[in-house]
Design a protein around this ligand. Structure first.
Ligand SMILES: [Mn+2]
Length: 384
């Protein structure tokens, strides 16, 4: 069997594809019970509740759209964080969906003897794939063939060398990394179950319903719906659940947004602020008092010499029950500091050393500069 890689050959020409009288709603990467570190004491729980709301919307959408199945491409929950409450919630929500619910566990929710999948009772309409080999479930006049991750790491490519048995049109349901898109996912994204798009057709599948990449994407051969509820800042693209209509060839993919919270970026210039309360007010103005918006604030500008930024105090003053934010500091140096650094004396040397640090724009270094300059202010620099 040839290893999956850029040089692998695939059969020439498109394989036979058949349409089916089937429509499915596909989602993935819901990540129930995400930790949301760095959001303070109360927002992480709210954000986790928002994820549950998004899944509830997906379940209702499946009913409204009268789909033939709801498919879930892995990372439904965070194994190790999700407990009995989440299992009961999932049973309630998914059991209320008036069609089969098919789940292909991923690397965050692998099918383990200790996992929710194995330990808790699931409603009769929920099917959890529990093998690394494709298993077929009939959905209308089509087959949905799912696989599971059985461990958090090291799951191989289930498509490598696989050929779907003869029968009705078949689509794959899997959590994996289509290697052609790995470059868009950032260096931190691990290529769990790596595969090539061409292997979908080579295996005899008409399409692949995928999970793992959080950036939404759809091609004639596969789709990644993305995480339905925001999980980190900087997420772009219309993500949510995807209605996949197999009555056309290739299938028609329609995106449905289900998020209840949105994330945003804001930049605040505090060059005009002469004291900490003014900084707080400037940042507050950039963070709307809305429970459904979370803002990453980048504080920029020249910090006036009188301001003691005290980042933690500023964060605690801005963040509240109504305001969800994180604050990143990226301050420039005031012109007079550059002049001080040019002086051939001890004060100049002090400024030069701190300005040479890679984190010279951080509040810590800015406060160190201010404290040091205050301490030296009454001295004759030439005597130091
Ligand atoms: Mn994921």
């Amino acid at each position: 069997m040839a290893a999956a890689g850029p040089g692998r050959d695939f059969p020439a020409g498109p394989p036979l594809r058949h349409s089916a009288r089937v429509r499915v709603l596909h989602c993935a990467d819901v990540h129930l019970d995400t930790a949301f570190p760095g959001l303070g004491p109360e927002w992480p729980l709210r954000r986790r509740q928002a994820i549950r709301s998004a899944l509830g919307r997906i379940a209702r959408l499946a009913a409204e759209l009268r789909v033939d199945a709801l498919t879930i491409g892995g990372d439904l929950y965070e194994d190790g964080r999700a407990g009995a409450d989440t299992a009961a919630f999932l049973g309630d929500v998914l059991g209320g969906v008036p069609c089969p619910v098919l789940i292909a566990p991923g690397n965050h929710d692998p099918y383990l003897p200790t996992s929710l999948y194995a330990r808790h009772p699931w409603p009769g309409n929920v099917h959890i794939f529990r093998s690394r080999e494709f298993e077929a479930v009939a959905v209308g006049d089509m087959r949905v063939c799912g696989v599971a991750h059985l461990q958090p790491k090291g799951t191989p490519n289930p498509l490598a060398g696989y050929r779907v048995p003869d029968g009705p049109p078949a689509v794959a349901l899997m959590h994996g990394s289509e290697v052609g898109a790995l470059q868009f996912e950032g260096a931190a994204k691990v290529d769990h179950a790596p595969f090539q798009e061409a292997e979908v057709a080579a295996a005899g599948f008409a399409f692949a319903l995928c999970g793992h990449y959080h950036m939404p994407r759809a091609t004639p051969w596969l789709c990644y719906p993305g995480n339905p509820e925001p999980l980190t800042f900087g997420e772009t693209g219309e993500r949510g659940a995807m209605l996949v209509d197999f009555t056309t060839t290739p299938p028609t993919v329609t995106r449905h947004r289900v998020a209840t919270v949105s994330v945003a970026d804001a930049e605040v210039d505090i060059s005009a602020c002469s004291h900490r309360e003014a900084v707080i007010e400037a940042i507050r103005a950039a963070v709307p008092a809305r429970a459904d918006r979370c803002v990453r604030v980048r504080v920029v500008g020249d910090l006036q010499p009188t301001v003691a930024p005290a980042p933690q105090a500023v964060l605690e003053a801005v963040r509240s029950a109504e305001r969800c934010c994180v604050i990143e500091w990226d301050l420039r140096l005031a012109d007079d500091l550059d002049a001080l650094a040019a002086a051939p004396d001890i004060r100049g040397e002090f400024v030069r050393i701190l300005l040479a640090r890679p984190d010279q724009g951080s509040p810590l270094v800015r406060e160190a500069l201010q404290a040091g300059l205050r301490a030296l202010a009454d001295e004759d620099p030439g005597l130091l």
